[in-house]
Design a binder for this molecule. Structure first.
Ligand SMILES: [Fe+2]
Length: 308
């Protein structure tokens, strides 16, 4: 029997859904369509970063004057083209510049079809986001007692990995990032309390972004974070955004570093924008880059993260 929701504004509906789920993320709204090929693949997670969604869907920006709303739409379409992923994760800079509540309303208008297909939406915050407006817009339920005061952190448990979502936003529009001591402590406690499934970490800021004038645009307390992660063998990879620059590498300790591409504009000419399909096995994750422009030479590039 079909269930008819009473008329509600989209924000009310999402807030109600988030409250019901008691979740730190936007939960899926409907389960009715989850049969056969429409059922999300439990071992696939779609990774997006730097969406920079403005309240005005017509806004364009960046070196190529791209339309961010259109680009995110295309990425979501690609991600949902076959069987949907089990989860979607957005690696910060959800909003265009200063994290207005209306920017997040527009973001919700774009991701609603993920929720309707039963795919939860998880976001970490970036330097262009605003903690209060993010919650006011109903993108996640504001926790009564946040695990770290003023920070949006959490664990997403999937069948084959625990995803740890960190918050490196200091203050909206401050370009560099920091976890802070309380979050570093939470990270240690949380990792030590998890089962021994592989752990994949997501944080907005990168770790090595020094400008010509010597200023550091990256994560200022990456040192202690990596000390914590490196010592725990079940941690396998760190995904980040911020520099709008798809690249990947492996540290000497075996941890993978994956800089996700933006769905929005790139900073350097010729770089790809798009999203990354992450397929999880027991002992590895396989990443596939999907470019907005399928003619881009890196479109379809696969990266195998064989776990340490
Ligand atoms: Fe960004």
């Amino acid at each position: 029997m079909p269930i008819t929701l009473p008329p509600m504004t989209r924000r009310q509906m999402l807030q109600a859904a988030a409250a019901l789920a008691g979740s730190a993320a936007l939960p899926a709204l409907a389960r009715a369509r989850q049969d056969g090929d429409a059922r999300p693949d439990p071992h696939r997670v779609a990774l997006f970063s730097d969406t920079h969604i403005d309240l005005n869907p017509a806004t364009t920006a960046g070196r190529d004057n791209i339309n961010m709303t259109d680009y995110l739409n295309r990425c979501i379409e690609q991600a949902m083209a076959d069987r949907p992923p089990a989860h979607t994760m957005f690696c910060g800079d959800v909003a265009y510049l200063i994290g207005k509540t209306e920017d997040y309303d527009q973001f919700l208008a774009l991701v609603i079809r993920l929720l309707e297909a039963g795919v939860p939406v998880h976001c970490v915050l970036g330097n262009h986001d605003n903690y209060d407006n993010f919650f006011d817009a109903g993108i996640a339920q504001r926790p009564e007692a946040p695990p770290v005061a003023g920070k949006h952190v959490g664990v997403v448990r999937t069948e084959r990995a625990n995803w740890l979502l960190l918050d490196s936003l200091i203050e909206t529009d401050t370009v560099y990032g920091q976890l802070g001591e309380a979050q570093q402590d939470w990270l240690v406690r949380t990792l030590d309390g998890l089962d021994d499934k592989p752990v994949l970490v997501m944080v907005h800021h990168n770790f090595d972004w020094i400008q010509r004038d010597g200023s550091d645009w990256g994560l200022r307390d990456a040192g202690p974070m990596f000390e914590t992660l490196s010592q725990r063998q079940n941690v396998k990879a760190v995904f980040y955004g911020h520099s709008h620059d798809w690249k990947h590498s492996r540290r000497d300790d075996g941890l993978y570093l994956v800089n996700l591409p933006p769905t929005a504009y790139v900073f350097a000419p010729g770089k790809p924008n798009g999203w990354v399909d992450c397929r999880l096995a027991e002992d590895a994750a396989t990443l596939t880059l999907h470019c907005i422009d399928p003619r881009h030479e890196q479109h379809g590039e696969e990266v195998e993260l064989a776990y340490r």
